[in-house]
Write a protein that binds this ligand. Structure first.
Ligand code: 13P
Ligand code: SF4
Length: 300
């Protein structure tokens, strides 16, 4: 393994590449990354990097975001079939049909979506800024796509708008049940429950804190509590235990694995960098429209 890591580091220098990784990636991938973050932080890093090549260790829509925000860079996705089932639930045609039904509404698009869907939307948001993004809009009607759970979460904070929620979801978070919460409370009575807003409303209702992956990490780091039950993808536990070695973390349910996030391996990172393969390419018109939605979010 060390030999492969040395080879990756050597190639990285030769190609002037930066490796960006999401918190859900495998520990060995987080270890070789130059930066590990949540969706919003990774978008900002991709936009600001001076590297020529971005190796994006995450899923397809995240690598697309990097390409949209840094169109002059080469963006590589080590495993080309690392997708996001939620992003695949909605098409630009669905967005057009919703707009036709609600012509006065603004379309707010969670970044977990394709470039074409972003291009068909008015503005993007991530799980860490969704409330801020929606609150900033003058429209009183919001078409929120594609995650109904995040949309529902935002609607709790923004009371003066009417929400039309698209029926999309993340299977990893949506599968967490109230029974899982009740069991975790029984098993770990002193722990705080921290969950992602992609969880169902009934789970969010029972949590002590709800936030994006970075917000969950920040909360756990700053908290005086010594025990936490974590309701998001299990890759985050690696960073949590690194940052808080004396605190104890438990998974909210036995599952909590995004198979797509686990597709990236050291070998696939090496292969893509060596052959400069699995480049993200986006149609020019789509790229322009998606950049408008993403940059509108980033300028807030
Ligand atoms: P974050 O925005 O919290 O990084 O989450 C991304 C994601 O894919 C959640 O399932
Ligand atoms: Fe998509 Fe869910 Fe995986 Fe995030 S955890 S990439 S939303 S399937």
């Amino acid at each position: 393994m060390m030999e492969l890591i040395d080879k990756i580091n050597d190639l990285k220098k030769r190609r002037n590449a930066v490796i960006l990784a999401h918190f859900y990636q495998l520990p060995e991938i987080q270890d070789i990354a130059d930066f590990v973050g949540d969706s919003l932080e990774l978008s900002r890093k991709a936009k600001d990097t001076t590297a020529d090549v971005i190796v994006f260790c995450g899923v397809y829509f995240m690598a697309e975001n990097a390409k949209i925000l840094s169109p002059d860079k080469t963006v590589l996705l080590p495993h080309l079939y690392a997708g996001c089932p939620m992003a695949d639930m909605i098409t630009p045609e669905d967005v057009a049909s919703l707009r036709a039904q609600h012509p006065a509404a603004a379309v707010v698009c969670y970044v977990n979506s394709s470039a074409a869907v972003k291009a068909a939307s008015d503005i993007c948001c991530t799980s860490s800024n969704a409330v801020k993004v929606v609150s900033s809009l003058p429209e009183k009607e919001i078409i929120f796509i594609p995650d109904k759970n995040l949309g529902h979460y935002v609607s709790r904070f923004v009371k003066d708008k009417r929400f039309i929620l698209f029926d999309g979801w993340c299977h990893v978070h949506n599968d967490i049940t109230v029974e899982d919460v009740e069991k975790a409370r029984r098993d770990h009575p002193h722990a705080l429950l921290l969950v992602h807003p992609e969880c169902i409303p009934e789970v969010v209702d029972r949590a002590d804190f709800t936030g994006s992956t970075s917000q969950i990490i920040d909360y756990a780091v700053k908290s005086d509590s010594g025990e936490f039950v974590i309701g998001t993808e299990s890759g985050i536990l690696y960073r949590l235990t690194q940052l808080c070695p004396r605190k104890r973390f438990f998974k909210l349910s036995g599952l909590l694995v995004c198979p797509n996030m686990k597709k990236t391996s050291l070998q696939s990172v090496f292969n893509s960098l060596e052959k400069m393969e699995n480049r993200i390419e986006i149609d020019e018109k789509v790229m322009k429209g998606a950049a408008e939605s993403l940059n509108r979010m980033l300028s807030l």
